[in-house]
Write a protein that binds this ligand. Sequence first.
Ligand code: NAD
Length: 439
Amino acid sequence: MKQLNAIIVGAGSRGNKVFADLMANHETGFTVNGVVETDSVRRLAFRQRYNVDAGHVFESAEAFLNAPRFADIVFICTPDRTHFQLCQLIAKAGYDIVLEKPIATTLSECVALCDIQRRYGNGIFVAHVLRYSPIFLAVKEILDEGSLGAIRHIRLIENVGHWHFAHSFVRGPWRRVDESGPIVLTKTSHDLDILQWLMGESVRSVTSHGSLSYFRPENAPIGATPKCVDCPRQSDCTYSATRFYMEPRPVWPYDVPLGGGVDTLAARRSAIQEGPYGRCVWLSDNDVCDDQVVLLEFDTGRMATFEMHANTVENTRELTVLCDHGEISANVCQDHLVVSRFTGQPDNIIREPIDLPRFGDSHGGGDLNMLLALHEHLTAGKHVDLVTSLESSLNSHVLAFLAEQSRNEDNAKMLVAEMLVPQGVVAPETGAGGERLTA
Ligand SMILES: NC(=O)c1ccc[n+]([C@@H]2O[C@H](COP(=O)([O-])OP(=O)(O)OC[C@H]3O[C@@H](n4cnc5c(N)ncnc54)[C@H](O)[C@@H]3O)[C@@H](O)[C@H]2O)c1
């Protein structure tokens, strides 16, 4: 297999623990060959972990671009607000790029990156990894095979998981719209992408309801204090940081407060004493929705509904596709789907359960599969219809921006065509994924 040299920009959870780790431990065709990381502790740890040549370790993207060229592809895995600036800089140097989602945090920046890509001719691929997960690929294959007839409705529910929501969206970097973006963009652009990909048709309108309803001061237990370390409710609070992060588990999310530093109980205690992960979940400064619903109306009048909930036991996605002759139901974290065919009788349904290979990651194997598909795309031109090109991924971002606008404007029905024209979004000839831009 031809090896492509990859440089990781942002050696955090995604860059280090997901992409670099997969490249180091699986035959993906990508070799970890460099790193750009602003944090010196993480930079050194990454260099040692992957045995990176000292000349390929940089503290800024500018330093990397000024060095002699050694990388074939750049993985941008930095915080959301940095994506636009880093991606345009690196794209202008002509590199192929894997860009973590979201593409950028405003629509005009997303559109500007599409323009830059067209001008500089490189490939930019968005890490909408769900499209590559075996479960969604299997659903797509069943729908395309045609025996269920046409899709009538799609229902997708994202159960974020109460602990995951508290970790990432109450205490973590995605807790505030002004610091990262609305959750419908930063978390669920994946889901909006999947809905449109499965339906295979343009969206006409978007309507959304949602709010921050639970993780608010009025729901704090009596006597709760702003920091968990001082709180008299530590022993009976579901979300006490002292119990959650003091568990000496060296894996996400338990080790995130350490910021890549040495893992000792004292370091964990100090991290939750001083840092954001020790905040009371009801007395923090978070403002992203913890409950949101989006209704998509497609050009033919068919609909898809999407729900995002914080207060769930599991961190999973549940999908139901209703068709002319039956339905498909799938649960991502269980790697399981069922095709049920109508017979006209209540007690004679034909059910075909399908178990998919277990990967144990939160994307059901999508991260690894994306690397495999992308490598074959870059080296052999395969998977043109699958790869999440910048153009094809832009559609989901348009829907996310519209959903947020609808939510903020009394749940008004937002017409996609009206969003596209003022932003100057024009349909390119074809995207790198071979798809026309029809949000
Ligand atoms: N595709 C997915 O399913 C998925 C899942 C989780 C997160 N994400 C996205 O991935 C991105 C990274 O998330 P994460 O959880 O790994 O964050 P993280 O905070 O763990 O890692 C980000 C790293 O980037 C570094 N960094 C910041 N600015 C930099 C710069 N200018 N140059 C180089 N390095 C810089 C930070 O020091 C940090 O080490 C985010 O945009 C996030 O929304 C995507």
